[in-house]
Design a protein around this ligand. Structure first.
Ligand code: COA
Length: 174
């Protein structure tokens, strides 16, 4: 049985973090994240150009959550409500058993194990609460930080059709 229903929004907590829904006052942090050259280096997307782009992005993300199309968390440190990164599950298969994961952190918060902590919780939520049994990640072959993270999370590399991108998969046999 799968359960792809994101209302009420599933706030997740870990030792250091609270993963919550995006709110309109995250616009500056979302703009910072989506326009940062370091963050965008290996991502296949156009850099955010304005605070309006960030506001539209937040609205679109929250509509997708309302429709249960995808789920997207703001990563915050406990005790501050400030967005330091994001993590999402998107592109669910029709049977809800398969999904893709995406994640990014502002440069000041990288290298502290924060994404490992957030992603472990999100994967656990996906398996336990949604009922997925396979998670995929597409990552640029030079994106060493992302590859190291996926390997720590026990994702296994699969062949990709493209030289620049690698596919990693985590399969849960429950
Ligand atoms: C991919 C990304 C999220 C990885 O961030 P990260 O901070 O390196 O990931 P982790 O949370 O796994 O942290 C690991 C690092 O923290 C260090 N660390 C420090 N304290 C730690 C702790 N308490 N626990 C675990 N690791 C800790 C580890 O040694 C490791 O450092 P290293 O990379 O020098 O080996 C980040 O590089 C990023 O946002 N990149 C831009 C966006 C992007 O490319 N996203 C991927 C899309 S596919």
């Amino acid at each position: 049985m799968t359960n792809r229903n994101f209302t009420p929004f599933p706030v997740l907590k870990t030792q250091r973090l609270i993963l919550r829904q995006l709110i309109s006052s995250d616009d500056k942090a979302i703009f910072a994240l989506r326009s940062d050259g370091n963050v965008n280096k290996y991502l296949d997307r156009k850099p955010g150009k304005s605070i309006d782009d960030a506001r539209n992005f937040i609205r679109t993300i929250n509509k997708n959550i309302e429709r249960n199309d995808s789920i997207y968390w703001a990563i915050t440190l406990k005790g501050t409500d400030k967005l330091i990164g994001t993590i999402c599950l998107f592109d669910f298969s029709n049977d809800n058993l398969k999904v893709e994961i995406g994640y990014e952190l502002l440069p000041d918060f990288q290298g502290k194990g924060i994404m490992q902590e957030a992603a472990s919780k999100v994967i656990d939520f996906g398996i336990q609460h949604i009922g997925i049994n396979s998670i995929e990640a597409y990552t640029h072959s030079k994106n060493q930080s992302s590859i190291r993270l996926l390997e720590k999370l026990n994702f296994k590399r699969h062949n990709a059709g493209d030289d620049n991108f690698m596919i990693f998969k985590l399969t849960h046999r429950g």
